[in-house]
Design a protein around this ligand. Structure first.
Ligand SMILES: [Ca+2]
Ligand SMILES: [Ca+2]
Ligand SMILES: [Ca+2]
Length: 251
């Protein structure tokens, strides 16, 4: 009987994990905005948009409108995505492009650095980024992949390089999560942060998926997918063979 119970447990687990990823939140600032059914909330704080110049970076998804935060202070103002009433879920995966825009001074001296970008999830800072398009010698991209550096992607000037980073592969972008609320917050900080026309950061192509499933229609046994049926049949067959074998052993 223990074997049967184990197999039934495995079959139940297979059913539970057969849910497909759903879009929790998606925004390219060009009209493609999606929020999972029933989820409330959105962007707050600094939400100013500007337009990316036409160039090679457009192919990577830094295109059309991008959110640009050039607020001043140490720390500077947050751009925050706050979502509530998430469906029951266990996992969240994010992807977006970060732009470190204009003249970043990394760890530069003379009072112009450090310049930092902080990424926070649910009230905890998970990453710090910087680059040295002006002063200093440090570039730290928090596990993201540099897509482009060479022009200022908002005005086509080559005086300073904007650094565009695909964050999708960074380790903190996929994580276990079960709470019904979710917050992604990003801000600049550092004693040398000037903001305004000197340094800014931006974000585009936000895509956040999760394994959230609404309980409608009401939960029931459902119909297992073909792969699950195959696993159950193989499993029960193996258990039957084991029981038959056991019966043939002389007492
Ligand atoms: Ca865009
Ligand atoms: Ca600067
Ligand atoms: Ca600075």
């Amino acid at each position: 009987m223990r074997m049967y119970k184990a197999l039934l447990g495995a079959a139940a687990a297979a059913l539970a994990t057969s849910a497909h990823a759903a879009v929790l939140y998606q925004n390219d600032f060009d009209g493609n905005l999606a929020v999972h059914a029933g989820v409330t909330g959105g962007l707050t704080g600094v939400t100013t948009l500007t337009t990316a110049t036409t160039g090679a970076w457009n192919a990577d998804g830094w295109a059309g409108n991008v959110l640009r935060n050039d607020s001043q202070g140490d720390p500077a103002g947050f751009t925050t995505l706050s979502l509530a009433n998430l469906a029951t879920h266990t996992q969240i995966s994010m992807s977006f492009i970060i732009g470190l825009l204009d003249s970043w001074d990394s760890d530069g001296g003379g009072g112009f650095g450090p310049d930092n970008l902080e990424i926070w999830i649910d009230g905890t800072q998970v990453a710090t980024m910087t680059t040295n398009t002006a002063l200093g010698s440090t570039e730290a991209l928090a596990g993201g992949t540099k897509l482009y550096s060479g022009f200022q992607t908002e005005n086509g000037s080559s005086y300073y390089s904007d650094v565009l980073v695909d964050m999708s592969g960074a380790p903190f972008m996929s994580f276990a999560h079960t709470a019904s609320t979710f917050t992604l917050a990003i801000r600049a900080s550092g004693a040398g942060w000037q903001g305004a026309g000197d340094e800014a950061w931006g974000i585009d192509n936000i895509a956040i998926t999760y394994d959230g499933v609404r309980d409608t229609p009401p939960p029931g046994p459902g119909v297992p997918e073909p792969a699950t049926w195959a696993m159950m049949i193989v499993g029960f067959g193996a258990a039957g063979a084991m029981l038959r074998r056991r019966r043939t052993i002389p007492a």
